[in-house]
Design a protein around this ligand. Structure first.
Ligand code: ATP
Ligand code: MG
Length: 355
């Protein structure tokens, strides 16, 4: 039985970077002797044009039967008016499958000019609560306006979701440098992020081998600029994690390096942390690194989930070829290079083929 992986190209630079990641993974799968079947699924503007829905029911039916998939970026701000105010395709999928954990690594690659020294971080972002909970929903919205001149937003933090994400962070730290930093703002948001903080420290008791400390989110942003190398795993709530991961990725060189994977206890979705970048779409200059690394993370997840080392081999093959290609000075314009998206992908594929 082949490993079946869904592929949702999405909008903007999605149709440029998703096929690059798939091509590279296909080459790596041959090396790992793993039979992978890619399942193309409609999502985004092209799905509106052909099927009248940015996330057609047939796509969701197919995802129900898959363990994992790659989600390209979507540019829902550019959808026709009738789709405004609806949950975005990514949000619908995250909710439907309870993808509560968002792992966002940030690291400096050899040969890539970073803004601030050595960075090798993993941001573990709670993906279902905080101020982002239920956003954009017409009913049960987290945001509302009691008068046209007053807007309110309700943030949700629960002990259960905070403990659940803390466990993910400590488990990840065990495989890394065994250091977790809890990022919160409990001096001001005492109840919400205070509960998050307390839940993380409760879970820390089960991981005596992992060092735990804490930072306020504003201090954390400042520390990342010069002292990112002092940190390993950062665990934080939804909005803080979103902002800190863009910062960390850009410090490491570019938003185009911002990889991520969203998981529940049984499903996983690879998704670049950056958006659809409509400003550079169609120009063959988008950086596919985030999506390539996200795809490698998907295979690591699969290897762990199904106890099959071939997934780990495949991820290692992708990373070795990616790193060597960057180190050889081949990179997209956002990193200061002049290699196009497709050519960059071809160079990585060639390295894998040459092994
Ligand atoms: P979203 O709300 O979907 O996160 P956003 O408003 O944060 O979207 P992005 O689409 O992430 O915006 O783009 C922000 C900037 O970063 C843009 O100028 C874009 O060109 C650049 N950018 C994002 N991704 C890449 C990439 N893979 N390669 C090169 N540049 C990128
Ligand atoms: Mg963004």
């Amino acid at each position: 039985m082949p490993l079946r992986i869904g592929v949702l190209d999405g909008d903007g630079i999605g149709p440029e970077i998703v096929p690059v990641a798939v091509d590279i993974a296909t080459a790596a799968a041959t090396h790992a002797d793993l039979d992978v079947e890619w399942v193309p699924l409609a999502m985004g503007r092209s799905a509106i044009d052909t099927l009248g829905d940015p996330l057609p029911p047939a796509t969701l039916d197919a995802l129900d039967d898959l363990d994992c998939w790659i989600l390209g970026p979507h540019d829902s701000a550019g959808y026709p008016d009738q789709f405004r105010g609806q949950l975005t395709p990514g949000a619908v999928i995250r909710k439907r499958y309870g993808l509560y954990s968002n792992l966002r690594p940030a690291r400096v690659y050899p040969g890539v000019p970073s803004v601030s020294g050595a960075i090798d971080l993993l941001i573990v972002r709670e993906n279902s609560e905080g101020l982002y909970a239920d956003r954009n929903m017409a009913v049960g919205s987290g945001e509302f306006m009691p008068t046209p001149d007053v807007a309110l937003a309700v943030g949700v933090i629960t002990r259960a979701a905070s403990e659940r994400i803390a466990r993910v962070a400590f488990e990840q730290a065990r495989r890394r440098k065994k250091h977790v930093t809890v990022v919160h703002k409990a001096n001001v948001l005492t109840m919400t992020t205070g509960l998050f903080r307390a839940a993380c420290y409760d879970v820390a008791g089960d991981y005596p081998d992992v060092t735990v400390d804490e930072e306020h989110v504003d201090a954390m942003a400042a520390l990342l600029v010069r002292r990112a190398g002092d940190f390993d795993v950062l665990v934080t709530e939804n909005l803080f994690g979103d902002i800190l991961s863009d910062l960390a990725a850009e410090l490491a060189g570019s938003l185009g390096l911002a990889a991520s994977i969203n998981t529940s206890d049984c499903k996983a979705m690879a998704q670049a942390a950056h958006g659809a970048a409509p400003d550079i779409a169609g120009r063959d200059c988008a950086n596919p690194v985030a999506l390539i690394e996200s795809t490698a993370m998907l295979f690591d997840w699969w290897a762990q989930q199904f106890d099959d080392d071939r997934g780990r081999d495949l991820a290692a093959t992708i990373r070795a070829a990616l790193t060597a290609t960057l180190d050889a000075g081949e990179m997209t314009p956002d990193l200061g290079g002049s290699t196009g998206t497709a050519e960059f992908g071809r160079l990585i594929r060639t390295r894998i083929g040459a092994r």
